[in-house]
Design a protein around this ligand. Sequence first.
Ligand SMILES: [Zn+2]
Length: 264
Amino acid sequence: MLLTNIIIIFIFGTIIGSFLNVFVIRYNTGVSFVTGRSRCLSCSKDLHWYELLPLFSFLMLRGKCLKCKSKISYQYPIVEGLTGIIFTGIFLTFGLIPILPLYLIVASLLIAMSVYDFKHKIIPDGMVYTFVAMSFIVMCLTHPLGQLFSLPLSLDLLAGPILFAFFAFFWLVSGGKWMGFGDAKLALGVGFLLGFSGGTFAIMLAFWVGAIFSLIIIFLQKIKISNLKLSLKSEIPFAPFIIFGIFIQLLTSLSFQSLINFIK
Ligand SMILES: [Zn+2]
């Protein structure tokens, strides 16, 4: 029974992932992402239903358009597979709770944001504000009503503004060189969604993974294997690392507190 549920939620995730691909590509282009046939981006051939099956079609077509044989971006199967895995992970972590759909919507938004940030080096306000609002709703629904209105507010309820202030400070003192203001907005939602200990863990993890990733890029550039012409300060987007941190925290429930306990 559990296995059936897992398979269903995974397939559901890949379908949402394939929708997210279209959503990101058409976002802010004026083209509706609900209506309109999907087309090959090279030859504009209308795609049949069997060319649109998540993951499966990419494998069957071996990553090429049936008509013009141009290569289909790896973005498609990666986002589809990743969304399937993350949906399955969230289902296994939280179970069939009433707010599971909310978590899945938040996850979808985060995936869309990181793909968009990779492609355009910016997080669209519409996406990040929706994420902040959804996270705020999750926070309200996961805390007892009394706690939300009693003073002093718990650290968890203040985590959003605290993490926001942390990023906004670095954005301000560096004139936007170290951090974008978009990262600060994202951090506001991280605090709402994960609370103080979980949120701090996600941000710390983002810094560590981001630093390691940057060092690898520098190393590859030094030994001239890589043709990636990335200038580190401005071009490696930080939001995908924050989003990575959020997912690791959501799926493992690790927190700043558990790190301290581990060190002790
Ligand atoms: Zn084509």
